[in-house]
Design a protein around this ligand. Structure first.
Ligand code: CA
Length: 228
């Protein structure tokens, strides 16, 4: 399968790096640009499948970058990142030729959903039902079932379980989990992930004492889920 290339133009380096790391986890190839001018140069020089473009940028703002690319007949999908307070920017952004926008703060899941929608990936690649041993999770209906018993999860627990299942049998660090399950600006305590993993275990492993536990702790590294 061809790897999708994404250009992220964002001057707030911490956010840019977090987005890059997260997208690379999802197997996208990511380049970063920290100013509008740099972003425009990259976008003109390289072939990207998608551009994530912040509005407020030094040297050249995101709207100008967008306009400039469209004037030069670049049809690459552009997803604008706007601040919540800048509704006008959103409208102007769409006028300038952006395909969609996402207002900050956004969750990583939201960002991924928008990227997927813009990339219009073939449906077959998006698995709607995830399973591990006798546990299954349905993304459309939010239904989680183990051994024929329905399990009720909070929104965050569901996202956490979904992320573990997508990466089945891979060890996920606490940092990876936080990047994917929590908002970029969420207040994370040192034990937040432990607490949620514990809650999830109470629901998907504890009620089935005669079954092998699905969530494994890999001491010093992180967590994984799997039938093995
Ligand atoms: Ca900015």
């Amino acid at each position: 399968m061809e790897v999708m290339r994404i250009l992220v133009v964002e001057d707030e380096r911490r956010i840019a790096q977090t987005i890059k790391r997260g997208l690379e986890q999802e197997r996208y190839r990511v380049d970063l640009a920290f100013t509008g001018r740099e972003g425009l140069e990259w976008a003109l020089a390289e072939e990207y499948d998608l551009i994530l473009l912040d509005v407020m940028l030094p040297e050249l703002d995101g709207l100008s970058v967008c306009r400039s690319l469209r004037e030069q007949q670049r049809v690459v999908p552009i997803l604008m990142l706007t601040a919540k307070s800048q509704i006008e920017d959103t409208v102007t952004g769409l006028d300038a030729g952006a395909d969609d926008y996402l207002s900050k703060p956004f969750s990583f899941e939201e960002l991924l959903a928008r990227i997927r929608a813009l990339a219009r990936r073939p449906k077959a690649l998006q698995t709607e039902r995830l399973t591990a041993a006798d546990l299954s999770l349905e993304r459309q209906t939010f239904k989680v079932v183990r051994d024929q018993a329905e399990i009720f999860l909070s929104n965050k627990e569901f996202k956490l379980l979904e992320y573990l299942l997508v990466n089945q049998d891979r060890i996920l660090t606490k940092e990876q989990i936080i990047d994917h399950v929590w908002d970029l600006d969420a207040d994370i305590l040192p034990n937040t992930v432990e607490v949620y993993i514990k809650n999830l275990r109470q629901k998907i492993d504890r009620p089935f004492p005669d079954k092998p536990p699905l969530i494994k702790t890999v001491r010093g590294f992180g967590y994984r889920i799997g039938g093995k």
